[in-house]
Design a protein around this ligand. Structure first.
Ligand SMILES: [Zn+2]
Length: 354
């Protein structure tokens, strides 16, 4: 996944002077800040901080390098100023920047502006906007803003839009896992919801576990025990899209079946889970209806067991399966949780009727 700092670091590493004016970099070990392209000795990545402009570096105590004079303007090319300003707008605005108006205001054609932007910054304007938006959502999440709010504040409009566009940057590529996850990297994240703590784990291919409970540590242990040979680590940033969808799913706003899954079970379980994934939000099926759909109408009990063995709550919506008499049946994560989920998913007009 690319982020703004990675783009900036590439420019520093390559002594790319075209990026001058777009940002400055400061070296923690020397207390000096430079413009990209400076001919001074290259710092180590871990000692580098980035700032939008000289004033930001000075504000936290850095002094200007005497060699590259980052405090003096050398932007002879006026398009640099426009590009810098556009970068700032893309970084800070949660609205889409009106490019036509922006270009006109600065006296350029949109085409010229686009071309110069790529030359100077190294990515397209929309690419930069995407990265900046993902960056904003991560910053908000680090500040512990609820995920849905963070997505909206960052300019995604909805967390579904975040998932759809942001998730592509999460870098999931098809890959299978077996044998306790040997050689597989599994990452996990957790979120606190009104129904309890939700822990979600994923391979590069999709969600492999979602658990709901009171104690995060226990839920995490439960999952690691199932994948003892995997590399298992927390990565809240990479799973932010998953977390957003699950947060919405708990409130009945999103259907977590939009998330890709990477679960394993017996052939029978996989057939049941597949049917469950097709039950739309707001709808329910009975255990016997599921049994009919998989072509084993007498296997009602086995369907119940497959539901109980579901490794990925919400993503495989086993809470949408109820008894023929309308009672809830069972739920691996507690009947009160199942009841609350079904209530949240019930269409508004049915709420009104009750
Ligand atoms: Zn310098």
């Amino acid at each position: 996944m690319i982020d703004l700092d990675e783009l900036r670091w590439n420019a520093v590493k390559n002594r790319d002077a075209t990026a001058a004016g777009i940002f400055v970099y400061a070296v923690t070990t020397t207390g000096v800040y430079c413009r990209p392209g400076c001919a001074s000795r290259q710092p180590l990545r871990r000692n580098v901080e980035f700032f939008p402009g000289p004033a930001d570096a000075v504000a936290v105590g850095y002094r200007a390098c005497r060699r590259c004079r980052p405090d003096e303007s050398t932007a002879h090319d006026p398009t640099v100023d426009a590009v810098v300003e556009l970068c700032r707008q893309l970084e800070h605005s949660s609205q889409d920047v009106d490019l036509v108006a922006f270009a006109a205001e600065h006296g350029y054609s949109v085409r010229h502006l686009r071309r110069r932007f790529v030359e100077l910054v190294g990515v397209t304007i929309s690419g930069y906007a995407r990265v900046a938006r993902a960056e904003r959502v991560r910053a908000l999440l680090r500040a512990k803003v609820p995920v849905t709010q963070a997505a909206i504040d960052a300019g995604y409009g909805s967390s579904r839009a975040f998932y759809e566009t942001g998730a592509a940057q999460l870098g999931m590529t098809p890959r299978a896992y077996r044998d306790g996850g040997r050689g597989v990297r599994i990452t996990f994240t957790s979120l606190v919801t009104p129904l309890g703590t939700v822990v979600a784990a994923a391979t590069e291919r999709g969600v492999c576990a979602v658990r709901i409970g009171a104690n995060e540590v226990e839920l995490v242990h439960e999952i690691t025990a199932e994948f003892p040979n995997s590399s298992f680590e927390r990565d809240d940033d990479a799973l932010v899209g998953t977390a957003l969808v699950l947060a919405g799913a708990v409130r009945g706003e999103y259907d977590a079946t939009v998330l890709p899954i990477d679960v394993q079970g017996t052939a029978f379980q996989m057939r049941v889970w597949d049917v469950l994934r097709k039950v739309p939000l707001g709808d329910t099926l009975t255990y016997s209806q599921v049994a009919e759909r998989i072509g084993s109408p007498r296997a009602v009990r086995a369907v119940g067991s497959a539901c109980a063995a579901n490794p990925a709550a919400l993503v495989v919506p086993c809470h949408r399966i109820v008894r023929r008499d309308g009672s809830l049946g069972g739920y691996r994560w507690g009947l009160d949780v199942k009841d609350a989920l079904l209530d949240a998913e019930r269409p508004v007009d049915e709420h009104a009727r009750q």
